[in-house]
Design a protein around this ligand. Structure first.
Ligand code: HEC
Length: 136
């Protein structure tokens, strides 16, 4: 009787253990599918530009839709940093998107345009966002 009970118990533990592992697997897959990381070596970022970008973001409306570490209306800045390698082409592309708006990269919500932000300021903001991968 006791043996049967131990057997049942250990099978139960083994099963619940397996499901939690599977759950971790599927949430990891979900995260990978959402982030769709692009391969590429990171380039050096200038620390002054990163600081300037952080200040510019704090004075703009970005926080209404973006948080550093959690998805809000827009994707988490850290998730954006995980997707794009730190390369000039991506900094230029994303700066352009901040200025002209973006849709379809992260699901259905839309980012409105910010036409009054200059190229240089938008690039500094994006540099700060991409730097969050290496300095969370
Ligand atoms: C009204 C909400 C809103 C505001 C304000 C906003 N964003 Fe966004 N942002 C979004 C949404 C939604 C997306 C995802 C759009 C998509 O899927 O293409 C996004 C995407 C992005 C992306 C990634 C684009 C891509 O193609 O991967 C960057 C970079 C970004 N935002 C930066 C900023 C910065 C910098 C500011 C402030 C100047 C800002 N956002 C203000 C909602 C917003």
């Amino acid at each position: 009787m006791r043996r049967t009970l131990i057997f049942i118990l250990s099978t139960f533990v083994a099963c619940t253990h397996k499901t939690s592992e599977q759950r971790v697997d599927s949430s990891l897959e979900k995260e990978q599918a959402y982030i769709r990381a692009i391969e590429g070596e990171d380039e050096h970022l200038d620390s002054e530009t990163i600081k300037r970008g952080e200040v510019l973001i704090s004075y703009s409306d970005c926080a209404e839709c973006h948080k550093s570490d959690k998805k809000a209306k827009g994707p988490a800045f850290q998730d954006i940093a995980k997707r794009y390698p730190i390369k000039q082409v991506y900094i230029d592309l994303l700066a352009q998107k901040v200025k002209s708006g973006s849709r379809g990269s992260w699901g259905s919500p839309i980012m409105p345009p910010h036409p009054r932000i200059t190229d240089e300021d938008a690039k500094a903001m994006v540099s700060y966002i991409l730097s969050l991968e290496i300095q969370p």
